[in-house]
Design a binder for this molecule. Structure first.
Ligand code: C2E
Ligand code: MG
Ligand code: MG
Ligand code: MG
Length: 291
């Protein structure tokens, strides 16, 4: 397949295609080996309730510690894992590791919901709900210990099948979240129909809330839309205390971001929770005393 058909019908050899397919073949081999070689790491990022300042959840984010390339971030291999179907294996690995984390948290008496990202391929995987149920039984966990995050685009790829998978998962008691809300092609009709519990505002709208009035308007409207639909609203990409207070004053339910914590290795979450202190409420200047 290094051959390319020219406009005039002639077949030419294209070495760049050869190189690219060679590279992707070796990446796929490396990904397959990475599970056995124990190169994936489960990182988590805490989700904080604005009103109480408590850690109510944690999002599972996978990292690949490559022997030569070092830390490889998900953006560099998740899209490829989706194209090749490897993502199904990876999702099972993430679910397994997340279940282990849930067990540790439960043992410590902490109720922290673990959020796991699903991709389009996972939604097309008819076995996923059954495999998930088996996992819960084996680990003696309640489905309500988990939240599954799906992007609008993953749903809109095949809305009918996505809806079937999501309905089966939801019937088991697992919570569902719409991730990166506002960035994909979405249909409000589907949002209304799907059994979702949470709406996650994409970080691109949150990062610059301090200086961008347009972003503030989008975030405020999205919070209202979510609440009107009966959903919990979470903001990702909270990078400063100022944005924390802005979101809190807009009645956003939960926040996640570098200001509170970057993603950390899963085994450090308990320690992080012990050290976490929510920012003090901002005290408004006292009104001038009437004379
Ligand atoms: P996502 O699900 O939207 O995850 C949130 C991303 O935003 C994470 O990037 C997180 O580190 C980053 N983030 C959180 N707070 C801040 C902040 O305050 N500032 C900035 N600049 N970034 C922040 P990460 O870990 O690199 O993951 C990127 C994407 O890769 C995820 O986006 C998700 O779509 C995908 N991904 C990660 N792990 C998995 C996985 O296990 N399975 C699947 N299917 N996808 C995954
Ligand atoms: Mg996510
Ligand atoms: Mg997101
Ligand atoms: Mg994202």
């Amino acid at each position: 397949y290094a051959a390319k058909l020219r406009n005039d019908g002639a077949v030419v050899y294209d070495s760049s295609i050869d190189k690219a397919s060679e590279q992707s073949l070796s990446l796929l081999t490396e990904l397959r080996n990475a599970i056995e070689r124990n190169e994936f790491r489960l990182f988590v990022q805490p989700k904080i309730h604005f009103d109480t300042g408590e850690v109510v959840g944690a999002e599972a984010l996978v990292r690949w510690v490559h022997p030569e390339r070092g830390n490889v971030f998900p953006d560099q291999f998740i899209p490829f894992a989706e194209q090749t179907g490897f993502i199904r294996k990876l999702t099972r690995w993430v679910l397994e590791q997340s279940a282990a984390l849930c067990q540790d948290l439960e043992a410590a008496g902490l109720h922290v919901k673990v959020s796991v990202n699903l991709s389009t391929r996972d939604l097309m995987d008819q076995d996923l709900p059954t495999k998930f149920r088996e996992l819960l039984e084996r680990r003696r966990l309640s489905a309500s210990s988990f939240c599954l995050e799906i992007t609008e685009s993953a749903i809109m790829d095949d809305p009918v099948r996505a809806e079937q998978t999501l309905a089966r998962l939801h019937a088991m008691g697992v919570e569902l979240s719409i991730d990166d809300f506002g960035t994909g092609y979405s249909s409000l009709a589907y949002l209304k129909r799907l059994p979702v519990n949470e709406l996650k505002i994409d970080k691109s709208f949150v990062l610059n809330m301090e200086s961008d009035a347009g972003d503030v308007m989008i975030v405020r409207s999205t919070i209202q839309l979510g609440h009107n639909l009966g959903l919990r609203v979470v903001a990702e990409g909270v990078e400063s205390e100022a944005v924390w207070h802005q979101l809190k004053s807009m009645n956003c339910d939960q926040g996640q971001g570098y200001y509170m914590s970057r993603p950390i290795p899963a085994d450090q979450l308990l320690l992080w929770m012990q050290q976490w202190r929510a920012p003090e409420p901002v005290s408004l200047p006292a009104p001038a005393a009437a004379s």
